[in-house]
Design a protein around this ligand. Structure first.
Ligand code: NAP
Length: 503
């Protein structure tokens, strides 16, 4: 079950939001009385309440907004029990002075906004002495391992325990709490009104992560990155899992640079079955396992870690296949002469100008060379272009001369044109020629200035959305062994990109 935290400054709004939450399907709502700007009117808030409630009133020292005296606060919590609230939240230090009353259940809570202390079991044992129906332990996660310690605590507790970690590192523990026996987790009523760091919105928890259907058999996947909050991968993969009816969940896993192996081992102990890997870990994956697919070795980076049939970890680079597939679908029919020069691949013999020399350029450049394309690299920082060109065995074009390269295919692997700088392009409009293939790897926005101008000039275009969806689809196939619902993933990504721009 998800307990939705609700905090508003006016009674009228609190009541209206509570009603709206019930209509949206909330089953339990935490009324944060400390958020009200006037003295809480319990009669008004609890009469005809549309769902069971947890009554909570936090002091400033617990990061709450309560402005009146401590005596008044404790009187209010007692009154909530007398009024028959389903649960009251009592901090450890006040739990002994507020006795059990009626049918109201006692949540005895501990919060630590700085860290997840090493003595979690000891803290839990202390809380358990205060006659709790539920023990609640919420701590700040400063590393991926904190999630694992917290979930183990929840799993082993003798008293029903709501335990999770705050902050971006702690998101997995919020989503997986129920899998380890927590009676509920917390989410906020509105994504822009979080009441604790890292709190997810109710609909996100319910519909994206499908909290209520996560059970002991749910397989865990995720994206390992730092930062991870902006990642669209959880949207795509969870939409695909839900569409296929798979008992799998895909989480944002924030892992700092240098902690990749340690974090994977920790999440492995929770049953991690596979993950997407992005900055800054694309090279660290290669050290984690020596089982590498296809071109991983040559590219020197991987974006996927999955288990093969024998349960061994393998690293793959799905960007490579995704970029090539997306590009090849848009190439014009080849002439007989071109096919004769290399019958094996539609890229053979094409002049390709690639802008950029970062991680994506490296993977795509390798694909062009391996398939017989005549590659030229141009990058703002020439030295970086030269290093990549030496690695791939291709030409460097000075950044200033990129317009004169006369390529059949132009690929943008720079970040120029990416949201929010959407009115920039790495290539001038009058350098584009009719019939040229223009591939922009940027996916936010999908219609970059480069893509718009290329369409106006009657070029063939390939967008970063196509590449992004295909790399995720390929990962889905490696994770599940079945074909990906490509159209569902495409639609989900497009919706997410346009929603991000509206909000
Ligand atoms: P990266 O390693 O950081 O490389 C960034 C590249 O952009 C470098 O070549 C850099 O040139 C160039 N650049 C940045 N600002 C520039 C400017 N103002 N003018 C000219 N060049 C500039 O990044 P990456 O991982 O390769 O990603 C590159 C792009 O690929 C991203 O922007 C992203 O949108 C896209 N991408 C797409 C997908 C997909 O699936 N569609 C997946 C991943 C990434 P310098 O060397 O001079 O700094």
């Amino acid at each position: 079950m998800i307990c939705v935290s609700l905090g508003r400054t006016r009674h009228k709004m609190m009541l209206a939001e509570h009603e709206a939450l019930a209509e949206r399907g909330a089953e339990l709502v935490e009324l944060r009385l400390d958020w009200l700007s006037h003295s809480p009117d319990l009669g008004r808030l609890l009469k005809d309440r549309p769902t069971p409630v947890v009554v909570t009133c936090r002091r400033p020292r617990d990061k709450g907004l309560w402005k009146q005296s401590e005596d008044q606060r404790q009187t209010l919590l007692r009154a909530a029990m007398v009024s028959g609230a389903e649960y009251v939240d009592l901090e450890e230090d006040v739990a002994a002075s507020i006795s059990r009353y009626g049918a109201t259940k006692r949540i005895v809570s501990y919060h630590n906004f700085d860290k997840t202390p090493p003595n979690l079991e000891e803290i839990h044992a202390r809380l358990a002495k205060h006659d709790p129906d539920i023990v609640k332990i919420v701590t700040m996660a400063n590393s991926p391992l904190d999630n694992v310690r917290m979930l183990r605590l929840v799993q082993q507790a003798q008293v029903p325990t709501v335990g999770f970690c705050m902050g971006e590192f702690g998101i997995p523990s919020r989503i997986l709490a129920g899998r380890y026996g927590a009676p509920f987790t917390y989410a906020t009523f509105h994504k822009e009104r979080t009441m604790a760091p890292g709190q997810l919105a109710f609909e996100e928890m319910r519909d994206l992560f499908r909290y209520d259907s996560i059970d002991a058999n749910t397989e865990i996947y995720g994206v390992v990155a730092d930062p991870v909050a902006h990642s669209l991968s959880p949207l795509l993969h969870n939409a695909a899992f839900a569409h296929e009816g798979l008992n799998k969940v895909y989480l944002p896993l924030r892992v700092p640079k240098g902690q990749f192996a340690e974090a994977i081992r920790a999440y492995e102990s929770l049953g991690l079955r596979g993950c997407s890997v992005t900055l800054p870990h694309k090279e660290a994956v290669l050290e984690f396992t020596d089982q590498h697919d296809g071109q991983v070795e040559a590219i020197g980076a991987a974006n996927t870690l999955y288990r093969d049939g024998a349960g061994q970890w393998r690293a793959a680079n799905t960007d490579y296949d995704a970029a090539l597939e997306s590009l090849c679908e848009s190439l014009p029919e080849r002439t007989g002469e071109e096919i004769a020069s290399d019958p094996s691949h539609p890229l053979a013999g094409r002049k390709v100008l690639m802008l950029g020399a970062g991680g994506v350029a490296r993977a795509i450049g390798m694909g062009i060379i391996k398939n017989g394309g005549a590659l030229m690299i141009s990058n703002r920082t020439k030295a970086r272009a030269e290093v990549l060109a030496r690695h791939l065995g291709c030409l460097v074009i000075q950044w200033e001369n990129r317009g004169a390269a006369f390529a059949d295919v132009l690929i943008n692997c720079t970040s120029v044109g990416m949201h929010p700088k959407v009115d920039e392009s790495p290539f001038m409009e009058n350098w584009l020629r009719e019939g040229m293939v223009v591939f922009d790897t940027i996916y936010n926005p999908e219609r970059t200035l480069l893509i718009k101008q290329a369409r106006e000039r009657e070029c063939r275009t390939v967008t970063g959305v196509e590449m992004f969806v295909r790399q995720a689809a390929r990962q889905f196939e490696l994770f599940t062994g079945r074909p990906a619902p490509l159209e569902v993933m495409r639609k989900t990504l497009r919706q997410a990109i346009s929603a991000a721009r509206i909000s």
